[in-house]
Design a protein around this ligand. Sequence first.
Ligand code: GLU
Length: 509
Amino acid sequence: MIKIIFINILRRVRFAPSPTGPLHIGGLRTALFNYLFAKKTGGSFILRIEDTDKKREVAGAEKYIVDALSWCGIFPDESPATKSAFGPYRQSERNHIYSKEIKKLVESGRAYYAFDSEEELASCRKECEKRGETFIYNYQSRLALKNSLSMSKGEVADLLKKGRRHVVRFLVPKDKNVKTVDIIRGESNINSSLLDDKILMKANGTPTYHFANVVDDHLMKITHVIRGEEWLPSLALHFLLYEAFGWKKPSFAHLPLILNPNGKGKLSKRGGEKGGFPLFPIRWEGETSQKGFKEHGILPAGLVNYLTTLGWSPKEDSEALSLEELTEMFQLKSVVSAGANFDLEKLKWYNHKHIQEASNEFLVDELQALNISQQKIERKRLTEAIGMVKERADTVSELWGLLEYLFLDPKEYDEKSMKKIKKDGLNKICSEIISLCKNTDDPGGFIDSLKVWGGDNGFSTGQIMMTTRTILVGGLIGIDLQKIISFIGLEVVSKRTMVFSKKAYLTIF
Ligand code: GLU
């Protein structure tokens, strides 16, 4: 009998942000898809910090990235905080590796030293412009420029010895068809003559993104590169780099863009401002402090669930799904290539679902962390109140507004509601409420008794209910009236009614 053994090659994926600012929602979606893909088969999710461009680095950005991922429940298996043979995980700590690897490419003739100064290159660009052409450093121009291909070995050795400023460029082959493959987008072909000889090592001896990225993906044994669509134009160059080294390529998947709510352009700061939502998961304390989704009352589970629908769809009639459930269902090959519009209402819909699933205890913590109310409220009471109102909340921040009247007396009475209440007999209703509060020992039957009294005295049920609700809540809003009474207690009911009967006559009628 022939036995077929399936070997499940463990996936190794990486999220490789540059610490140039807070993690954008698009970056978070990339991290999330990488995480789901890896975890589905027990693979590894790696966080690599691509900090080779020190000029663009922003203090606190790396910490923010780690904090934002943890808030979402995404914990890397390997990162600057862990030790392993594949580290270090900050590119700025890997320069010795890049120096070694670039030598290999130069020695094999696949990369070369270029000594052209900024001024010389600028003048080449100008010359070309005059002729209506675009200057490209490639097979057409390289031999007329100052580099180790156009100069003698002796000259080059001399310049290097003198420490002359230079970069290392990739020798892009001429007229080669580069066939790229992407899991989401399929195959595409590009002629290498359209590419320029990209700088791999900068004059300051540090690598460029392209070089460090390919070297690290190879050395860290990354099996799948899942990243944003904006990197698609670099794919041919990366393929050529792998080929130049003679390395096996990982598989690539470029995720679709997240678009502004109106579908016009990549999700932008302006798009967020117009739509009234932030672009970051949690608060960013940069030059100015900017709120994130957390501070807008969005739960991490709600945000994560919503983000998975941007480019992928968990199910036809999707419901609230946890990170674990999403991991179970995730299929990279069913991610689509079309951009996805950001839809705040849909995010709130998911958040609403997750609020219903969350424990009231957890919601107390989340609500208190938002610091919306300065009221000191007993935790047990707040937990109970949250349970009573949460079915009406789309965000955690809305919870306080929905339950405030369960703890605080109305400060004012809504004008529209007051207009609906009949003035006639109002005094009588107020007196009856106060006397019922004194005389009943069954708060649970309060509304029923009041209705019976109303019926006997010529008041409609509607009139009784609207009046009592306005007295207790300040307007015609809120949960079931009997539930409110049972929660706040008859003493408070009586007090609010006395205040109402005084204030209402003085100020409103
Ligand atoms: N450092 C790049 C970025 O900030 C990573 C791109 C990639 O994943 O290859 O997006």
